[in-house]
Design a protein around this ligand. Structure first.
Ligand SMILES: *Cc1c(COP(=O)(O)O)cnc(C)c1O
Length: 478
């Protein structure tokens, strides 16, 4: 078979004549890797295979792959390949619809309609560089991006001329950026983060080679400020960079920002010796609309706040928002002649579509719309927790959260079907705006029915260590 590529009858330079595609398919010639036994697999604390699902390091799994194949010479003529690809895409769409229907574990709002924005899919919209300094690349959406940033700045009470921010690729990027700002402000600072902080916070510590101190958590998942104080006092000579969680990933716990600030002050840290980054990826946008929630505002001594755009807001692609103070960004910013803009972001090219999607939703819902959605989600979270408890299943719901924590289902197929997030003995479900009472009923009924076959001996698991005695209804604690 001849693999050289031709353009208008001329041999094209991209694929050299001697380029051998069969060599690219090394999978076929490589000896098969050794069989991985359960003991090699990670995924649980003791490295054992966990409920039939193992995570294998060092070997990528290719079992569910839509292969990319070379077009046949006569494909243009027969249209066979076009038809084949069409059928793959149609099948994939079916899978997406099914998987969307049974998604209750990840905090993603899957309910949105961006049909009006389909007209932009033909454009390569890229906001590379600083949002506030137009680059040489003209196909951008900075007008939308800055509108979105102004909306968040108003939410978190910082003046237009005092803030800086950008639309990120995800909550992780916001954390990487916020912690970097803290590190630039205090090059010898220590990063403090609670044990239940998102893994991206520890990733930042590794990437930036920062000294990092882990703080214990309360049963609720909130940072334990008594432990925080002990660790601050042991490191009084170095400035503090703190990650504060506005909703932890697993338990949805909201750290008490005021108590964190008071603890810093009581430990002798003046405002010029600490930097607080607020990780609001999961619940940061909801907090302002929850009664009794700690107020997140730049009137308090915080350095930055970030959120994810594809979680509570909902969007077809991951995105997020990062807001900080102008004074912090100057330390990070570099002029780049090639951009004709400034480099102050983590990424280079930035998704310009995301800004338009966010702008579109914020305009449609407004502060009032989000308030309504948050209230609905809190109601639904209570409905789920009560439903679980009524069925004799241990469950916890933090006061300021839509995340319901409960006993880990024993059947891994059930976990996979509902895409539950599990950690140790617990699982959680998140009442996002797209989760209706009907869906919760489906979930509850299925769980109750399946569970009745899991514990035939009547010995239901105790999860008091994770959710506290008062939330556990095992034989000992009920
Ligand atoms: C989801 C999450 C993140 C990371 O956000 P991504 O958008 O997934 O990168 C960070 N922190 C918390 C608390 C989260 O829940």
């Amino acid at each position: 078979m001849e693999f050289a590529a031709y353009v208008n009858g001329e041999k094209a330079g991209i694929l050299a004549e001697e380029f051998d595609l069969s060599a690219a398919n090394v999978m076929a010639v490589e000896p098969l890797p050794p069989v991985v036994t359960a003991d090699d697999a990670v995924g649980s604390k003791d490295g054992k295979k966990q409920n039939g699902r193992k995570i294998v390091l060092g070997r990528n799994v290719h079992t569910e792959c839509f292969e990319v194949t070379e077009p046949d010479a006569n494909d243009d003529f027969t249209g066979d390949k076009e038809a084949y690809m069409g059928s793959v895409l149609a099948r994939y769409r079916q899978i997406l619809m099914e998987r969307t229907m049974h998604q209750i574990g990840y905090p993603y709002n899957l309910d949105f309609d961006y049909g009006a924005l389909a007209q932009f899919q033909h454009f390569s919209i890229n906001n590379l560089g600083d949002p506030f300094i137009e680059s040489g690349y003209g196909v951008h959406s900075r007008q939308f991006e800055i509108g979105v940033l102004d909306w968040f700045a108003r939410l978190w009470e910082i003046e237009k001329n005092e803030y800086w921010g950008y639309v990120t690729n995800c909550g992780t990027e916001g954390n990487l950026h916020g912690i970097l700002l803290g590190r630039e402000a205090f090059p010898d600072g220590i990063l403090y983060a609670s044990r239940e902080s998102h893994y991206s916070v520890y990733k930042a510590a590794r990437m930036y080679r920062m000294e990092c101190v882990k703080i214990d958590c309360l049963i609720s998942g909130e940072i334990d400020c008594a432990d925080f104080k002990v660790k601050l006092l042991a490191n009084k000579d170095k400035p503090a960079i703190i990650n504060v969680n506005l909703g932890t990933t697993v338990k949805g716990a909201v750290d008490d920002l005021d108590l964190v600030i008071r603890t810093l002050e009581e430990s002798g840290f003046t405002h010029d010796r600490f930097y607080i980054h607020c990780d609001g990826a999961s619940f940061g946008l909801c907090l302002p609309f929850v009664k009794r929630a700690p107020k997140i505002t730049f009137k308090k001594p915080i350095g930055s706040v970030s959120v994810s755009g594809h979680k509570f807001v909902g969007s077809p692609m991951p995105c997020g928002v990062q807001i900080t103070r102008m004074k912090h960004i100057n330390a990070l910013s570099r002029n780049v002649e090639y951009l004709a803009s400034k480099d102050a972001t983590i990424m280079g090219s930035r998704n310009g579509h995301a800004s338009i999607f966010l702008w579109y939703t914020l305009n449609r819902k407004g502060y009032k719309g989000f308030q309504k959605e948050v209230q609905k989600c809190l109601r639904n979270a209570h409905y789920l927790k009560d439903g679980l408890r009524d069925a004799g299943i241990s469950a916890m719901l933090n006061e300021l959260s839509c995340t319901v924590v409960f006993e880990r289902p024993r059947d891994e197929e059930f976990v996979r079907r509902w895409q539950l997030i599990c950690e140790g003995n617990i699982a959680h479900a998140v009442a996002m705006p797209n989760i209706t009472v009907e869906k919760l009923d489906d979930f509850l009924n299925e769980l109750i029915e399946k569970r009745s076959t899991w514990y035939l001996d009547g010995q239901f698991p105790c999860i008091a260590a994770d959710v506290g005695n008062e939330n556990c209804v095992c034989a000992l604690h009920k």
